[in-house]
Write a protein that binds this ligand. Structure first.
Ligand code: MCA
Ligand code: AMP
Length: 515
């Protein structure tokens, strides 16, 4: 057994009392009428049986195992089993529809795909056409062929021998030019980042994590789950985020992680009080900018100062505000200094370093940085500087205490409720629609989602367009969070003298839309 296998390292942290509760589901009832609970022994046995099932399929080394399932503890076990067996995990947002899923399956060529039984018809058709050998089902109620097949497997399994740079997961991030890219993350990337955060965020005995994020992105799958598992900490598990139910669980927990939208929604509840948060130790925010107003409101309403941190699929966590008082102050509007072992720098357009407080491109180097995009060597090369730093596409500045502030993005990206939306992708769908001559998609401020997707379209001569009808068509084609909240029909798009669409003007014009 190699300890470079991330699963082996996580398992080493399991408490000695394997019958203790590892995960308690806040929104699922067990047959005895109490909350559904999983012990550490359940995690150990369940992941072994799933790993043995995968190994029984005689898959080639490095096979990708894709999951397009609802959030469940079994889906988390599937992820852990893939690590354990030494294959490569490919999580996919449940909201993806046929065209989106087809792209990922054709690009990553998973040998196995696990989906909800309700979607088996269309998902398995896509998968088998693309060469996937096995499609299993996994439902929210724990039924489906995946667990049926695993039930007959041995519950003994030795984690696969893995080197630090062996591939553990591929996470797709949308591309600025339309094509999504699979970020290849190794066991070493994930383990080094998890160990750094365990120390930096001061995980301690008795910590309990409220896990209310989806498990197909870095935040919920890696940062939150690894944090609790590596500390042998119980998780209070929400399959779906529900602000009142989460507040009710603060008294049994110590750590909460959320995207800013989760904090905004919790703040809207009168039940959020310092008393409700009295047992909590740490609130962490990331994935999108946390407004200073939210940071301050949270301080006033909960008595706690949110720790904001910064990360990316390609690099995992990059920087964090301090956790312990002796490490420094948590400063709102900043994402703190680089993590220990991670190097951050801010450079000008011409590649020269920025002075303190000068705004430039944020670049990173460290054991957390991915090895490249799946089957895109040229794209990978473009995203690194000649001296080996990864270009984040984010724009920011470092102050005299080396705290980083993110002030914008060089990449044309909208972050809505913590999900990334690339305008180029939505524009390509709109431009394909009958009667559409051209389109421009921008993000505008939104009180709940931080930014909301809004589109402007121009009709072809003689054609008449209806924004609502275009929205209805998009809803049938792409994941719901990508669909513009509003589509404006214009006679022409604003352009500069060079003919380039002036998205900043569109953003300005509509910035009060959701105020
Ligand atoms: C749901 N809707 C959204 C979004 N979510 N619209 C825009 N942006 C969104 N994020 C829309 C749906 O399309 C639907 O619209 C309506 O809201 C209700 O949908 P529902 O599924 O009920 O929404 P919800 O369950 O309330 O979800 C909101 C949410 C969710 C809980 C904020 O979006 C969420 O879990 N976000 C977290 C994303 C995350 O984990 N990001 C981490 C990425 P309609 O009714 O019109 O169809 S990792 C990352 O970024 C890096 C590495 C990092 O640093 O962490
Ligand atoms: P993803 O492609 O989903 O990994 O999203 C990564 C992007 O999320 C980063 O490049 C940033 O633009 C953004 N991001 C993550 N954390 C923060 C944060 N705390 N503040 C501002 N932006 C963030």
């Amino acid at each position: 057994m190699s300890h470079a296998n991330l699963f082996a390292a996580l398992r080493d942290a399991f408490p000695t009392d394997l019958d203790a509760i590892a995960i308690e589901c806040a929104d699922q009832i067990a047959t005895d009428g109490g909350p559904l609970r999983y012990s550490w022994r359940d995690l150990e046995r369940g992941t072994a049986m799933l790993a043995n099932l995968l190994l029984s399929l005689d898959l080639p080394a490095g096979s990708r195992i894709a999951a397009h399932t609802e959030k469940s503890v079994e889906a988390l076990m599937l992820y852990l089993a893939v690590l354990r067996a030494g294959f490569v995990y490919l999580p996919l947002n449940q909201a993806y529809q046929a065209a989106e899923l087809d792209y990922f399956i054709r690009d990553a060529e998973p040998a196995v795909l696990v989906c909800a039984g309700a979607h088996f018809g269309w998902v398995s058709k896509l998968a088998f056409q693309a060469g996937t050998q096995y499609v299993f089902t996994l439902n929210e109620d724990r039924s489906g062929s995946l667990l049926d097949r695993a039930a007959s497997m041995s519950d003994q399994h030795e984690p696969a021998d893995k080197q630090a740079d062996d591939l553990a997961a591929i996470l797709y991030t949308s591309g600025t030019t339309g094509r999504s890219k699979g970020a290849m993350l190794s066991h070493g990337n994930l383990l080094s980042n998890a160990l750094t955060l365990k120390d930096l965020w001061d995980w301690k005995s008795g910590d309990v994590l409220i896990h209310a994020l989806p498990i197909f992105h870095v935040h919920g799958l890696f940062v939150a789950s690894h944090g609790a598992l590596l500390n042998g900490s119980k998780m209070i598990w929400f399959a779906k985020f529900e602000p009142r139910a989460v507040i009710a669980k603060f008294s049994e927990a110590t750590v909460f992680m959320g995207v800013p939208t989760l904090y905004v929604r919790i703040l809207a509840e009168a039940a959020l009080t310092p008393q409700a948060c009295a047992s909590m130790r740490l609130f962490i925010s990331g994935s999108a900018p946390l407004l200073l107003e939210t940071f301050e409101d949270w301080q006033a309403r909960s008595g706690h100062t949110i720790l904001e941190r910064y990360g990316m699929s390609e690099t995992l966590m990059l920087s964090s505000n301090p956790c312990r008082g002796l490490d420094g102050e948590r400063i709102g509007g900043t994402v703190g200094p680089a993590l220990p072992g991670v190097s951050l720098r801010v450079h000008k357009d011409d590649g020269q370093p920025c002075a303190t407080d000068e705004i430039g491109h944020i670049e990173v180097r460290g054991p957390n940085v991915f090895s490249g995009y799946w089957r895109m060597p040229e794209k990978t090369q473009q995203e690194f500087t000649p001296d080996g730093w990864f270009k984040t596409g984010d724009v920011g500045r470092l102050d005299s205490n080396n705290y980083l502030s993110i002030v914008g993005r060089a990449k044309d990206l909208i972050i809505s409720g913590g999900y990334n939306v690339y305008p180029a992708e939505i524009e390509s769908y709109l431009n394909e629609m009958e009667g559409v001559l051209e389109s421009a998609v921008v993000g505008v401020p939104h009180p709940d989602f931080g930014e909301a997707v809004v589109a402007a379209v121009v009709a072809r001569p003689e054609a008449t367009l209806d924004g609502e009808a275009l929205i209805a068509t998009l809803k049938r084609q792409i994941a719901n969070f990508k669909v513009p909240k509003q589509v404006f029909v214009l006679s022409e798009l604003p352009r500069n003298a060079m003919g380039k669409v002036q998205k900043n003007l569109l953003r300005q014009q509509h910035q009060g839309l959701f105020a």
